[in-house]
Write a protein of this length. Structure first.
Length: 76
């Protein structure tokens, strides 16, 4: 049995070329620097580490200009 939690936003979204850097420590995506110039790029990488330590997985689907959906899946 699996448990999945999805979080969706309708914000700026993430470009396809930046998805590969999304969970990298200290990666501040170019398309978000103006919106959040003080961000350090740690939140999503910390989230991914914690979810994986609990035996789960994190995935993301995003369309630039339309938003993103982050899904955390755990086996129970």
């Amino acid at each position: 049995m699996t448990f999945a939690l999805s979080i969706r936003d309708y914000g700026a979204g993430i470009s396809e070329e930046n998805l590969k850097n999304l969970f990298v420590n200290f990666s501040n995506l170019s398309e978000h620097r103006l919106e959040n110039p003080t961000g350090r790029g740690l939140g999503l990488s910390i989230c991914k580490v914690l979810v994986e330590k609990m035996g789960g997985e994190v995935s993301v689907e995003s369309t630039l200009g339309k938003g993103s959906t982050f899904t955390m899946t755990f086996k129970t």
